[in-house]
Design a binder for this molecule. Structure first.
Ligand code: FAD
Length: 386
């Protein structure tokens, strides 16, 4: 129980959910917290090593069933995302992309052979996956993607490029989305296939403890069985995004909680004008407003998680959660930074790192504007996308 839990939301979690949360929190305390500031500063993270450890604990594809996956509830998965992102958004991204994007796509749309080939290894963290939808010229509008897949006899030939792809520099398999004569289709592409190259994107000022890459596809020849047979049209990748966005609804609250915990502790120990910062009304107003927003965000996440577990969660409801919780988490991170004064900009404290990370989280998996348009369409019945 944390003092932040103003509404006793903890009491509405099951014993199992609390246990899973405790295990992930411990893992983050042991394996992430002591090192993450250095990983962030150096722009390097031992992703393979971490993936194996996460795999041992059943965190990769944990909400999927069979093929070595843990079959946990959506709420348990959300709580795991929250704890991972309390460590760093980049660490949660590693797990989200692996489980909710790459593994989910194969699990939901793949053939039995593809599932057998990839999922047990990915669940164990022995194989890393990435998910290539965004392109240099097509981000929010993936329907306009330029990457092409054409038939050559029984084979497929893939040509194009994907940009800003998490895990790409170390991935063993890429779920790549391409336009065909019949519409958008997905492919499970072994990343060592001739013609595939993945270049790491350096110099990010955000999500530095996460590997991001550009994938070039230069006449990549794939056998017919590389295509995900059940993935028909753009709704296939979009359904993967819905899965991952649900994790982000929770995850962003983890980054915000870590900022709030840091600010609370700082404000109670740092003295100015003869009293702790926490004793000033202006500081308490900041802390109170942030804690209220955090609790509202957790209620929202829990409601969406329970809907997901009941099989009733709609994509536009996930947009409500992603829009609100990431936006509020970023606002909390920035406000907490002010409470730490100059120390707020130092890497000795996690707050600025979280704030910088949340800038990426605000943009990926649908920007805030795109989620506003989704909600606007739900409210008005009018699409304002184009
Ligand atoms: P654009 O689409 O060019 O948008 C620029 C701005 O215009 C935004 O503010 C946007 O909201 C706004 N805008 C666009 N269209 C409209 C509209 N119709 N109305 C109003 N405003 C609009 N992608 C993947 O496929 N796989 C990954 O693993 C992945 N990982 C990522 C990791 C990181 C660190 C980052 C930063 C991005 C990642 N992405 C990934 C890409 C991400 O999903 C895209 O950046 C995102 O979809 C936005 O696309 P864009 O950057 O091209 O921005």
């Amino acid at each position: 129980m944390t003092p932040l839990d103003l509404l006793d939301i903890d009491a509405s979690l099951s014993e199992e959910e609390r246990q899973i949360r405790a295990v992930v929190r411990q893992l983050v305390d042991d394996r992430v917290r002591p090192h993450v500031a250095g990983w962030y500063e150096n722009g390097h993270v031992p992703a393979r090593e971490l993936a194996r450890e996460f795999g041992k604990l059943g965190l990769l594809g944990m909400h999927l069933t069979g093929y070595g996956c843990a079959g946990a509830s959506a709420v348990a998965y959300g709580l795991a995302c929250l704890e991972l992102e309390a460590g760093d958004s980049g660490i949660r991204s590693l797990v989200s992309v692996q489980g909710s994007l790459a593994m989910y796509a194969i699990w939901r749309f793949g053939s039995e052979e593809q599932k057998q080939r990839w999922l047990p290894a990915m669940a164990a963290g022995e194989a890393i996956g990435c998910f290539g939808l965004t392109e240099p010229d097509h981000g929010s509008d993936p329907a306009s993607m330029a990457t092409r897949a054409r038939r050559d006899g029984d084979d497929w030939i893939l040509t194009g490029s994907k940009l800003w792809i998490t895990n790409a520099p170390i991935a063993d398999v890429g779920v790549i989305w391409a336009r065909t004569d019949e519409g958008v289709r997905g492919f499970a592409v072994p990343m060592d296939t001739p013609g595939v190259t993945a270049r790491e994107i350096r110099h990010k000022m955000s999500l530095r403890a996460s590997l991001t890459g550009e994938i070039a596809l230069d006449d990549v020849r794939l056998p017919a069985d590389a295509r995900l047979p059940e993935a028909i049209g753009l709704k296939a990748p979009l359904s993967c995004l819905t899965e991952a966005r649900h994790g982000i609804v929770w995850g962003a609250l983890g980054a915000a909680r870590d900022c709030l915990d840091t600010a609370l502790s700082y404000a109670t120990t740092r003295t100015q004008f003869g009293r702790p910062l926490a004793g000033f009304q202006l500081t308490q107003a900041k802390l109170a407003d942030m804690a209220v927003e955090w609790n509202k965000g957790l209620l929202l996440a829990l409601h969406l998680g329970r809907l997901a577990d009941a099989g009733k969660l709609r994509p536009d409801q996930v947009s409500v959660g992603k829009l609100n919780n990431v936006r509020e988490a970023l606002a909390i991170a920035r406000e907490c930074r002010t409470i730490l004064g100059a120390n707020g900009v130092s890497g000795e404290y996690p707050v600025m790192r979280h704030a910088n990370n949340l800038e990426s989280v605000l943009t990926y998996e649908g920007t805030s504007e795109i989620h506003q348009l989704v909600i606007g369409q739900r409210l008005t019945g009018l699409s304002a996308f184009a």
